[in-house]
Design a protein around this ligand. Structure first.
Ligand code: GLY
Ligand code: MN
Ligand code: MN
Length: 433
């Protein structure tokens, strides 16, 4: 890992802090049950600034004339390292992660008041974790108690996330590289699931194919709980049970991505369980595919965040008319949001360290303008639940096609590559990935 990348981000943030001090804790370990923990995942903001993988760590950034990065982390501990594995300890961490100084985490509370004293501003993710809010309030009160010796507590407390979200919205080369690797692995996982799919399998068998491919290729984990939804289960947007059987003649929707060096991919594919689309399935699929193509074509610097959504909605709504799901004038149907009965979510979101990544969607009253280096998903869908006026041959068809794109100087680059067209999917299902 190149620690200069993280040092550059810290310098960038420090410039924005003025005579302020920022406190950035990583995520705590969480108990799953009794003495078993959830797999550990660092806090995304902390990771963005350090690349330091251990729990019980805090970064303190002190701005001003001599900006400093201080890391507090677990000490070396031979006994614990025999049981739980390697720990850097402050000395090795300082060297390996390029911070100006590192201390044992136990010293944080005693050092905080001194770090906060005579600073204009304190930056923190206020409200994210009530224990941290209380810990920082205690340090502030200690400084306030020293006012007679001339120490002043920061008069201003600001939310650090506002600054970091702006930085995280535009990805640097290192981030784009991690995201490409996460996309490559997830693309291979989807292709593997397609090639393995047979009528009568359980949804979790396809989940296992994805997990196998993700781990085999070195991804640390799924980036979010995978959705493997056979038939009408695809019309449940957050279906994660993945425990039903896959029936011939139906479609299966898989929404799954993996994590590489903290970065997520987020891909959805929908394909026929038996390997061949039926006529109505293909008609519906081609509409979603055309909606996605229209959305992708609309992504370029200067377009706003909702432009691709608007492009997708136009194609989807026309498609709903063509399928006999809606009747009426296209513009009137769009204006009245008639499409929302069959397409009820947005066409994308920022993607990065978090699958629904950090970053505002509006600037003031206006949707955010796209810039080179921003990364987002493009994921139109069509979800046809049985109901009044819905032709029977379309009942229970649920389709989403989701790819990941990076905005470039002239448009965008689709960097996920799982089989996507009807021909590509049927080919992979016939002959393997
Ligand atoms: N997998 C979550 C999403 O597509 O937004
Ligand atoms: Mn998504
Ligand atoms: Mn998804």
């Amino acid at each position: 890992m190149n620690h200069e990348v993280f040092a550059a981000r810290r310098r960038n943030l420090l410039q924005r802090l003025g005579n302020g001090v920022a406190i950035v804790p990583t995520a705590p370990e969480r108990v799953r049950n009794r003495d078993t923990h959830h797999p550990y995942r660092f806090d995304s903001y902390f990771w963005y600034l350090t690349g330091f993988p251990e729990p019980e760590a805090v970064l303190v950034l002190a701005g001003g004339e001599q900006p400093q990065s201080l890391l507090f982390c677990r000490g070396k501990n031979e006994e614990r390292e025999i049981w739980d594995g390697f720990r850097y300890g402050p000395e090795a961490a300082r060297e390996a992660f390029g911070v100006d100084a590192a201390y044992p985490i136990e010293e944080l509370d005693s050092r905080l008041p001194e770090l906060l004293a005579d600073r204009a501003r304190l930056w923190h993710s206020i409200g994210h974790d009530s224990e941290w809010d209380a810990r920082i309030a205690a340090a502030l009160n200690t400084v306030r108690g020293q006012s007679r010796s001339g120490k002043r507590a920061p008069a201003e407390i600001r939310d650090l996330r506002a600054e970091l979200d702006q930085l995280r919205l535009v990805k640097d080369a290192h981030e784009l590289d991690c995201m490409q690797r996460a996309a490559d692995i997830a693309s291979a996982g989807h292709a593997r699931a397609m090639a393995a799919c047979r009528p009568g399998m359980a949804e979790y068998e396809l989940e296992a194919e994805l997990t196998y491919e993700f781990r085999r290729r070195g991804a640390s984990a799924h980036a979010y709980p995978p959705i493997v939804a056979g038939g009408a289960n695809a019309c449940i947007l957050h279906y994660v049970e993945n425990d039903k059987l896959l029936a011939d003649g139906t479609l299966v929707l898989i929404d799954a991505g993996c994590e590489v060096e903290g970065y997520a991919s987020d891909i959805t594919r929908t394909f026929p369980v038996g390997g061949r689309f039926t006529g109505p399935q293909k008609d519906a699929y081609e509409i979603v595919l055309a909606a996605q193509a229209a959305a992708i074509a609309a992504i370029r610097p200067g377009a706003h965040f909702m432009t691709p959504h608007e492009a997708a909605v136009r194609v989807l709504t026309q498609g709903m008319v063509d399928l006999g799901l809606l009747k009426g004038d296209l513009d009137t149907l769009i204006e009245g949001k008639a499409y929302s009965r069959f397409y009820m979510h947005r066409t994308g979101h920022w993607l990065g360290l978090d699958v629904h990544d950090a970053g505002e969607y509006k600037e003031g009253d206006n949707w955010m303008l796209l810039q080179p280096g921003m990364t987002l998903t493009v994921e139109p869908g069509l979800y046809i639940r049985p109901g009044e006026g819905v032709p029977e041959h379309l009942h229970g068809i649920g389709i989403r096609i989701e790819d990941d794109v990076a905005v470039t100087a002239s448009g965008c680059h689709v960097y996920t590559t799982a089989p996507r067209s009807v021909a590509e999917i049927e080919e992979v299902m016939r002959h393997g990935a």
